[in-house]
Ligand binder design. Structure first.
Ligand SMILES: [Zn+2]
Length: 87
C-alpha cells in the first residue's frame, strides 16, 4: 500500500519535472536572444540590453520617451545606440 503511494508520488514528481523542463524549453524557444545596444553618454561604453527589458521599461512611459539605463561602469546615462545623439 505504502509502496503504491510512493510510486504514484514519484511518477507525479517526474511528471512535474518533465513539465517544468518543457516550459523552460518553451520559454527558451520563444525568447530569442535579441539585444539592443545601449551606449553610455559619459564614458561611451556599450552595454547590450535584452529587448524584452527595454519593452518592459517602455510601458510606463506615457510621453513615449525611450527608456534609459544607468551605465554599469560610471553610472552615467545610457541611450540607444541607433538613436541620434541629442545635442
Ligand atoms: Zn559610462
Amino acid at each position: 500500500m505504502k509502496d503504491e503511494k510512493n510510486k504514484e508520488k514519484k511518477q507525479l514528481d517526474e511528471l512535474n519535472k518533465g513539465m517544468e523542463g518543457t516550459i523552460e524549453d518553451w520559454l527558451g524557444m520563444n525568447d530569442p536572444d535579441v539585444f539592443i545596444d545601449y551606449v553610455c553618454l559619459e564614458c561611451g561604453c556599450i552595454d547590450p540590453v535584452p529587448d524584452f527589458i527595454v519593452d518592459e521599461c517602455s510601458w510606463g512611459d506615457e510621453d513615449g520617451e525611450e527608456p534609459t539605463f544607468f551605465c554599469p561602469a560610471c553610472n552615467g546615462t545610457m541611450v540607444r545606440k541607433e538613436k541620434p545623439r541629442i545635442e
